[in-house]
Design a protein around this ligand. Sequence first.
Ligand code: ADP
Ligand code: MG
Length: 374
Amino acid sequence: MNYLHLNGLHHSRQPLAASLPPTNIHPVSAFTLKYVPHPFPTRRAKNPFGELSIIDRIKARAPTSSAVRLGIGDDCAILKPPPGHELLVTTDFCLEERHFRRAWHTPASIGHRTLARGLSDLAAMGAKPLAAFLSLAMPPDVARNPRFLDGLLDGLLALAAAHSVPLAGGDTAQAPADQILADIVLLGSAPTGRALRRSTARPGDLLYVTGALGGAAAELTALSANPRKFRTTNAADNHPHLFPQPRLAVGQALLRRLLATACIDLSDGLSTDLAHLCTASHVAAELDLAQLPLHPLAAALDDRAQINALLHGGEDYELLFTASPSTKIPRSIAGVPITQIGRILKSRVNKPQMSILSDSYRYELQPHGWEHFA
Ligand code: ADP
Ligand code: MG
């Protein structure tokens, strides 16, 4: 379905047959009566800028692992999940102008962010990454210039190496318009029946967050004001928007050490993701404003912008999790600070799903993070 959509052949969710012009011919034979040539070449001879050389370029650099029995090069990859584990699958689009801008994000940042989004979903469920699949559509001028692909791979593969994630396949196509599309699919594994979920929080549980909040929103504000200042940044420095660090080790420790009752990653912002957790778990929650850990980059913002960054800033890719009050949660896990920020309550009719406590006042909290199609 995605492939049809990307080629501009099909823009609705209707099945393809339903979008054909009305005809009294039986739909099965409609295709045999009129041959419609495919508008784009599907397979090209090997040329220096073609699909095959792009795949070769990716394959030459792709890390492998023993879990990948067969990687890039055949029709399918073959994976071997560890015994006693089940598979977890997540997929995320990175679309130019929606998730990144070429004027703001370097190719390395685009590559890093593409993989980080998928890894963060695995982290939220306590999974170990098994393999990544990267589907790329590039406009012709971008595909012709190897600097973009090489830069994207620099960012993506550095993060993959840091978490030992093999790149086991993907797809490559010419973009139908002047926009880059990158889609990442990640497979992970977790001991059967043990993956963390967002639907299992219980009233009385305490609410915790990893790391700090609002850093990505603060960096995005600074980036939009002066993109040139950020052209030379790299993942080694602290760049929560350009190079977010997915919390895989924390998620795996929460699962392994039976610490969390529920978990979600903060991709859309605390207020939105907490609402997702509450809805899925049929519970309510309250936050202590003074306990929310403010990222140092957000400290420079004025008070109102700080609160916005804390509560609604998206893309921090921290983990929000719940734990029973009888479980001792360490101050840090895998070097990442952990902060208690509130508690889970019973859901009640006529009471807000989320509230926030500040100076002994209680405010209703609405989800105002990043929402597509809002
Ligand atoms: P097919 O036409 O059989 O789907 P492709 O020619 O698209 O195969 O891909 C050939 C091999 O290259 C496959 O193993 C596929 O997974 C891999 N591949 C294609 N594009 C990418 C990419 N962008 N990143 C990683 N692997 C890729
Ligand atoms: Mg094939």
